[in-house]
Design a protein around this ligand. Sequence first.
Ligand SMILES: C[S@@+](CC[C@H](N)C(=O)[O-])C[C@H]1O[C@@H](n2cnc3c(N)ncnc32)[C@H](O)[C@@H]1O
Length: 309
Amino acid sequence: MGARAYTLLESYASSIRASIVEVGGERGEGSTSFLRRFAEQQGVRFHTVDMVNTGMTGEAWLRQVFPTLNERIAFAYLDNFDWTFETFKNEPWLRQQIGDYARAGIAMTNANSMAVHLEQTQLIEPFAADDCAILFDDTWQLPDGPWTGKGGTAIPWLLSRGWRVLETVRPSPEPLDGFALVARGSWERRAVVRKPWRRAWQAGDLSRDFAPIAIASAHRLAPGQTLVLYGMGRNGQTLMRMLLAAGVPVAFIDDHFDGEVDAPRLRLEDLGPRHAVLVTPDASEPILSRLRSCHIAAVWRPEDLFAPA
Ligand SMILES: C[S@@+](CC[C@H](N)C(=O)[O-])C[C@H]1O[C@@H](n2cnc3c(N)ncnc32)[C@H](O)[C@@H]1O
């Protein structure tokens, strides 16, 4: 659902020494152009395959084409066979998507989405480099433990074979920004501050502690979503300055803040599925419990977004 989790790859650049493969190509969420550029910078091959754009399923390509290339895979991004979110199941665009799949002779069910992602994973593994990671979009752990979403069956299979989860979202019934990055070998994370952001900020604005949090929250924002800063104390105001300087769609909630800021003020009851909320006060538990009853895209605390290297 457009979490743009693939941008996490920048934090692992030094681990990538073989090909990058994407299954499920660009459909307005930007993954293909990002990965292509990233591969060029790393000097590795990039392949993208999509049932519609390439006219071949990822499974067929991995079975018939990839083995002829004599390459290994350092990173695979699996974001294909679409997932039916409960949140959206009655939306006209989703009904239309199910119709499109049906016209191609495919039943767009969540069981089939999991099965296809598992099959692709099993086809990738024999070609995985010693240091390899697979990123599943729309994938998460339910509060009572099981994995679900596109990689819901692929992840337990990988874990049973010694792979490990490097990053994912907090367990939740249905986050709209779910993803899971699963790796084997040495995949080492380091904090990355992207250059365009550096240019966007005034020297005096750039706080080393807050920059990675601002970046990570913006990266996780799906197209069309707005980031809501809950709390405009010192933390909130610092983050707000950075996000505005970088052109990120941002609003805030704070009944007591009376400073001037060029962003909309919201109330709790204004929040909806297009809002991702970043809770900025250090004592966040009462706010988090209030937000749990809201129907929103995501709730983050700064520490969920950035673990110092
Ligand atoms: C969520 S979109 C991909 C979005 C893209 N990763 C981005 O960030 O812009 C899912 C895509 O998967 C493709 N797809 C569905 N089933 C597939 C399969 N079995 N193999 C390859 N592509 C598939 C669809 O055509 C669709 O374009």
